[in-house]
Ligand binder design. Structure first.
Ligand code: OGA
Ligand code: NI
Length: 365
């Protein structure tokens, strides 16, 4: 696959469209009728599990085991859950949301200095995918690398305020610590050595990047999405959304469940690479974001990923005659390039990694 250098069309900032105060949205953002957000498919009175992680830090073995079991059940049944008492200070979570809100409220000329390209996606962006003529989502974002440290480039981070970088650094360090803890919990729950998943992600070379999503107010929220349905391509995602407005919906049993964010909670979800490594014991889950006519919304997604050049395939201990390897090996770099060129399309990309098992058997003869 070739490296795409430029966007196929001039980039329009969604925030500028919203600030123009038009009563209608441009055609580029309007979904065909059967793909629009419909109330009929929304499950009311349910929410993703909310788990208190306090037990993980407790000397009480019973509390520890009970927490592991809760996380295990949530991973298998939902692939999406909220955690509280996770160890990341609440005031740091408030501060990091605030510094990013300030960034998105800078004058447009200042934000444009960080405009990104489809080559690396680093910086200020407004679309994912490079398909000419594609229907676009109602959001802008900022994307940056944190780990492995060789990929981190402070020159590509916002520099409008001296404290911005410090707060973001402090926050990412804390969330990465939490990611490491949860990786162990997930490994133990799969019957693996506690470091097994982390090592499969590349150990010290594990990847972590931040995508800050900004969803401006939208005058026609029934016609478009803030983010269209997708599963996250990486390993695990830690989402910190504004807590005063909801927007995220998770697909469960063919219905959409609206997540009500708890204060100072993280929303954690399984990504495609974890589905592959766990040989589908854990599954990535489709989700999407609705927009709001009255309130803008900000969210920070930390993606904890395998290092880019390592082949990712089902972990040997999880491959048995009864459950052969379901996916063929691919590096995360290759997989991400594929998603970046085609845009968000539900779970079709991870499905395409499925091995044709009968075909493989045949090849052995
Ligand atoms: C994402 C994502 C959800 C949200 O960034 O991949 O799914 O609520 N974000 O912003
Ligand atoms: Ni996502």
């Amino acid at each position: 696959m070739s490296c795409v250098q430029e966007w196929p069309e001039p980039i329009v900032r969604v925030q500028s469209l919203a600030e123009n105060g038009c009563a209608t949205i441009p055609d580029r953002y309007i979904r065909v009728p059967k793909e629009r957000p419909g109330e009929d498919l929304v499950a009311h009175d349910v929410d993703i599990p909310l788990i208190d992680l306090g037990g993980l830090f407790s000397p009480d073995e019973g509390a520890h085991a009970a927490t592991l079991a809760k996380v295990g059940k949530a991973c298998r049944e939902w692939g999406f859950f909220q955690v509280v008492n996770h160890g990341v200070p609440g005031d740091l979570m408030d501060r990091v949301l605030e510094v990013w809100r300030q960034f998105f409220h800078l004058p447009m000329e200042e934000k444009q200095r960080y405009a990104n390209s489809p080559n690396t996606y680093e910086g200020y962006g407004s679309r994912l995918g490079v398909e000419k003529g594609a229907i676009l989502d109602w959001s802008d974002y900022y994307f940056l690398h944190y780990l492995p440290s060789g990929l981190k480039d402070h020159n590509k981070w916002p520099a409008h305020a001296p404290y911005h970088r410090d707060v973001v650094e402090e926050y990412l360090a804390e969330v990465v610590k939490l990611s490491g803890r949860l990786m162990k919990v997930l490994a133990i729950n799969l019957g693996l050595q506690e470091d097994r998943l982390q090592n499969a992600f590349g150990g010290e070379e594990v990847g972590a990047c931040l995508r800050v999503n900004f969803y401006p107010k939208c005058p026609q929220p029934d016609l478009t999405f803030g983010l269209s349905s997708h599963s996250d391509p990486g390993g695990l995602t830690f989402l910190l959304p504004d807590s005063h407005v909801s927007g995220l919906q998770v697909c469960k049993d063919n219905k959409w469940v609206t997540v009500k964010p708890s204060r100072h909670a993280f929303i954690v979800n399984i990504g495609d690479q974890m589905q592959v490594l766990s040989n589908a014991h854990y599954k990535s889950v489709e989700h999407r974001v609705m927009v709001n006519p009255n309130v803008e919304r900000l969210s920070l997604a930390l993606f904890y990923n395998p290092t880019g050049n390592l082949l990712i395939e089902p972990i040997k201990e999880l491959v048995t005659p009864q459950k052969p390897a379901l996916y063929r090996p691919m590096t995360f770099n290759e997989y991400r390039l594929y998603i970046r060129s085609t845009g968000l399309h539900g779970k079709s990309q991870v499905e395409s990694l499925k091995r044709n098992i009968n075909q493989d058997k045949h090849d052995h003869f």
